[in-house]
Design a protein around this ligand. Structure first.
Ligand code: FES
Ligand SMILES: [Fe+2]
Length: 432
């Protein structure tokens, strides 16, 4: 595999700024404004997080046939994730080896060969240069030296991840847990029923901070709190007993099929932890709700090999760019990508069983609103949060240990990644 090597020399001032911010940071308090606004800090985020870790790209069901591809942009980089001739996936940098033209312009597509629109250099699905007709040096051009640059790609449980680093972090532990928990959901046999794209005027870290607590839910997500126990404080003893009873009732129908409700606490499952970039758990819905829809009633046919309607929700998250709650009849996946110090691009997809037919088996009017409303309410909160953090008067305030324990964890994870030594040669400063 060839590696893409951008010029990643960072301005010294960004590193100096990080050192100062780290020295000033109070554990248990919000991050300083510069983390959410400064262009140099944004570049450090790209270098130390987005170009190091595993990034969620999309779903295997989007690229089932050889030649199906998804284009995935991460700041200045663009990848083509394409199904190869023998079924394996390839992640290829979307920049022509001739003069750098972006080869695929659309978000997804189908291609027998990847043909650059500028001068028609043609690449195979594995990135090999097949033709560069018209080159006056065609005869002595070594085509093997001009394959598209590659990136790492993995597929697990119907999810696709890529890594831009030369030496990616381990994937096996995440793969084992995600793979076994996702198996009954049947994501490989799903289809995308709807997709929404958002450009959110907030730093990607504020989007995660918003996602990692549900203290804001009661006041901002009236539909969401009807279905879930997420907004309760972690030590709510009364609610814990109710959740345990509900979990037991749901588990009773699932256990014979090898499934269980493994998270039975009030509040959200603790995540992330330093060095731990993935998690997955199943948790119950409130009594009377069998799916995350506006009224809790089914909105699509059962997915995968679920034996019953009530399977709680299967929830997964991977740092730095993915979360997905899955009900027994549909899955909603959210993908973040950074697009500037104060801009995050967000894609939300709704998936149902591959055989389900719109109008007959599901209707978008009932499938979408629960998570469409919740998402858009959150994006608005994030933008207003960014606007307030931008103020010269902003000073970081304390997190609640009972309501924002996951924001504390998130901040520790983030600062840990920012101060972790680089692996391999992916960090431009250690390139020869
Ligand atoms: S830039 Fe791609 S063929 Fe010329
Ligand atoms: Fe929210």
């Amino acid at each position: 595999m060839t590696e893409a090597r951008g010029d990643s020399a960072l301005p010294v001032s960004a590193e100096a700024l990080l050192d100062r911010l780290l020295a000033e940071h109070k554990p248990g308090y919000a991050l300083a404004r510069a983390f959410q606004t400064d262009p140099g800090m944004y570049q450090l985020d790209l270098e130390r997080i987005w170009r190091r870790g595993w990034l969620f790209v999309g779903h295997a069901c989007q690229v089932m046939r050889p030649g199906d591809y998804i284009v995935f942009d991460v700041d200045v980089d663009s990848l083509i994730v394409i199904r190869g001739d023998r079924g394996q996936l390839h992640a290829l940098h979307n920049t022509c080896r001739h003069r750098g033209m972006k080869i695929c312009q659309t978000e997804e597509g189908q291609a027998a060969r990847l043909v650059c629109p500028y001068h028609q250099w043609a690449y195979g699905r594995d990135g090999r240069l097949l033709a560069c007709g018209g080159m006056d040096r065609d005869g002595d051009l070594d085509r093997r030296a001009f394959a598209l640059h590659g990136a790492h790609v993995r597929e697990v449980g119907g999810l696709i991840f890529v890594c831009l680093a030369a030496e990616p972090p381990p994937f096996e532990a995440a793969s084992g847990a995600l793979g076994s928990m996702l198996e009954p959901q049947g994501l490989e046999r799903a289809k995308v029923a709807a997709v929404r794209h958002y450009t959110v005027r907030a730093n990607w870290k504020l989007v995660w901070e918003n996602n990692r607590e549900c203290w804001h839910c009661a006041a901002n997500h009236p539909q969401y709190v009807k279905a879930n126990y997420d907004d309760a404080p972690l030590d709510d003893v009364h609610l814990r007993a109710q959740i345990a009873a509900r979990a037991e009732a749901t588990s009773a129908g699932l256990r014979v099929h090898g499934l269980t409700i493994d998270y039975q606490e009030a509040g959200m499952a603790p995540f992330p932890a330093p060095g731990r970039w993935w998690s997955i758990n199943r948790t119950p819905l409130v009594p009377g709700w069998v799916t995350e829809s506006m009224d809790g009633q089914p909105v699509a046919p059962r997915m995968g090999r679920y034996p019953t309607r009530d399977v709680g929700t299967l929830r997964m998250r991977t740092m730095p760019n993915f979360w997905s709650p899955a009900s027994g009849d549909h899955v909603v996946s959210t993908r973040l990508t950074p697009a500037g110090p104060e801009t995050t691009r967000i894609q939300v997809q709704w998936l149902v069983d591959a055989e389900a037919v719109e109008g007959r088996d599901y209707r978008l009017e009932t499938l979408l609103p629960f998570w469409e409303l919740t998402s858009e309410q959150d994006w608005q909160l994030c933008e207003q949060n960014q606007a307030g953090v931008r103020s010269r008067a902003f000073t970081p305030g304390p997190y609640s240990t009972k309501r924002e324990y996951n924001v504390v964890r998130w901040t520790e994870w983030y600062l840990g990644e920012m101060t972790r030594p680089a692996r391999g040669v992916h960090d431009g400063r250690s390139l020869p």
